[in-house]
Every structure is written in C-alpha cells, then in structure tokens.
Design a protein around this ligand. Structure first.
Ligand code: MTE
Ligand code: MO
Length: 306
C-alpha cells in the first residue's frame, strides 16, 4: 500500500497522522519434488524452481525477491525491513477460528490446516502500488475449508482477520491504523477455485514476512486483499469493511479487482513494474485471470464497485 501524500483527499487529521507515521517511521504436497518434508526452515533460496514460469510464460521471481520485498504494515511500512522485523514472529502454536453464519463452527489448529491436501499454485501478485511478482505458493483452496463448516444460506460474504499481537508486531503499536487488519470476499469469490489459503512458498513453509502460517491469496485482486497471518474467518451477511476501506474509502474499495482501466485516485493502474525487470509492462484485466473470474462480475459496474 502507499501512504496518502495529498492533503486534498483525506481529512486533515488523517493526513497529519500519516505524516507523523511516515516520520516515525509448510506444508508440502506437490512440492515434494524438492525433497523436503514437514516444516522445513525457510532459509536458503530454493534454486531448483528458479527458471520455471507461470501459464503466461513469465518467470518465477526468486525466493530472495519474494521474501525480502514485502508489504506487512503490522511490522513496518519499509518493505526491505519486514523480513528482519518478522524473523522471530511466533507461528506455532496457531489456531484459526472459523465461524459466523455456519452450521458447524470450528477451531482449526495449524496441523489441521496442513491436513488438507496441499497443492502448488503459481500466481502473479499485483500490488496496487504498481509492482508485481510471480510466486509459487503451496496451499489449498479456501472453498475446501468453507465446505467443512457448512455455510448457512444467509451467508453472503467472508470476513478475515489477522492476529493482533502488538508486543510482537511493532507496527500495531501505531494507533493510526484500526488493527487488526481485516479483509473480505464475497462468498462466491471465496468459493472460486483460484482463491487459495497459502501455507507455503517455493516448496518450503511460509515465511513470517509472507504471512505465515496462513495467508489468503486471491490473485485477480490487488495484493492488499491477500491478508496475512489469519486467525479468524467468519461467514457474514453484510459486506465486511476492510482496514483499507476504513482508512481511505475513496482509494480502496471492497472489490479491488486488478483493473488497468480504473486508475487509483492518485496514480494510473495501466502498467506495472515486475520486480527484477527493468521498465514497465501493461497490467492485465483481473491480473490475467479474466477468463476464470470475469463471470463473477457480470452486471456489476466495475468503476463504481472498485
Ligand atoms: N495482515 C496484512 N496482510 C497483508 C498486508 C499487511 O500489511 N498486513 N499487506 C498486503 C499488501 S499491500 C500486499 S501487496 C501483500 C504483499 O504480500 P507479500 O509480502 O507476500 O508479497 O500482502 C497483503 N497482505
Ligand atoms: Mo499491496
């Protein structure tokens, strides 16, 4: 995400607190080919996967790139410092409570989540700031978890919440942001096969800076929808209000589908910088996943529903 730098678009007190803020400034499955089992330390780059590509022929970003350039405001707004600050973040034990409008609410331990059959998915990640990467995740489709808790007919949205642990997450001591981080999906988006709960990366356990032990990945949406370190998942009947909708509603909507035709109020979304490449490349509608997901939005004005 990017700081608001223009005083026109936010109330003055928000603008000023942002100025102050600026001033202070795995799971294995398919990846068994790598020979790792269980929770492997995520240390050295997994070079065997370098050189592979996604379905569009774009090369994977390196493990190094993916784990040293991160957005994770619970730790810091400095992308290059997230890895260091998140290094000792405790990811075990971990529980995820799944409830709300469901017949069978349940608390999943991390071990339960790793019990879902894990698969590898190579996805592009497009940040609303205008950069992107290609990342080989491991995980399982969210819909499998949701099916297990039996959503009620009244459930229309899914609300996700990140852990609240200011003692371990220095960014959460900044009271400007309405912690914990919250995100949401429409239920049909959540049930889409592309929507992944990621538990690993590059054939290894997920690194803390990338959202260990469990993060969402919705690859056709801007990166901020892909919430990290999830501890609660609730089925609800009202559209959840995300942290970013609360902080800057005119800049960040609920849908956040990657759309080169709808500029962010302060910058174009027409092109992006692929980390590791020079220059910029065109941004694709729905981040290149239009064929799979465009039908979800038939009849919806994507300029209004940004
Ligand atoms: N809890 C939480 N989740 C988060 C964020 C965050 O600050 N906190 N940043 C988001 C943003 S803006 C992006 S672009 C992606 C970055 O994921 P990565 O660091 O794994 O590349 O995480 C998203 N998920
Ligand atoms: Mo982002």
């Amino acid at each position: 995400m990017q700081h608001i730098r223009s005083s026109e678009i936010t109330p003055e007190h928000v603008y000023l607190s942002r100025r102050r803020f600026i001033g202070s400034a795995a799971a294995l499955g398919a990846a068994l080919a790598l020979g790792a089992c269980g929770a492997t330390p995520a240390a050295a780059p997994a070079t065997p996967l370098d050189g592979r590509t996604d379905e569009l022929g774009d090369r994977l970003n390196s493990f190094e790139q993916i784990t040293t350039y991160n957005n994770y405001y619970e730790f810091t707004t400095d992308k290059q410092q997230v890895a260091r600050l998140a290094r000792d973040f405790r990811i075990s034990p971990w529980e995820v409570a799944v409830g709300g409008l469901v017949r069978s609410p349940r608390v999943f331990a991390l071990e339960d989540l790793l019990g879902f059959e894990q698969e590898e998915r190579i996805y592009r990640l497009r940040c609303v700031e205008g950069w992107s990467m290609v990342i080989p995740w491991q995980g399982f489709p969210l819909r499998r978890l949701l099916a297990g808790v039996e959503p009620l007919a009244s459930a229309r949205y899914v609300r996700f919440e990140t852990v609240l642990r200011p003692e371990e997450m220095p960014g959460q001591r900044d009271r400007f942001y309405p912690w914990p981080y919250v995100e949401g999906l429409r239920l049909d988006e959540a049930m889409h096969d592309l929507t992944l709960l990621a538990t690993g990366l590059y054939g290894r356990s997920l690194t803390p800076q990338n959202g260990a032990p469990l993060r969402l990945v919705a690859p056709w949406k801007y990166g901020f929808k892909s919430i990290k370190a999830i501890v609660r998942i609730d089925l609800v009947d009202q559209m959840p209000r995300s942290l970013w909708m609360t902080v800057a509603p005119e800049e960040y909507g609920f849908y956040a589908n990657v759309n080169p035709d709808v500029p962010h109020p302060r910058w174009s979304q027409a092109t992006e910088r692929r980390i590791g490449e020079g220059g910029r490349r065109p941004t694709l509608p729905f981040n290149g996943y239009a064929e799979q997901v465009a039908a979800l939005y038939a009849g919806l004005d994507l300029r209004v529903n940004y």
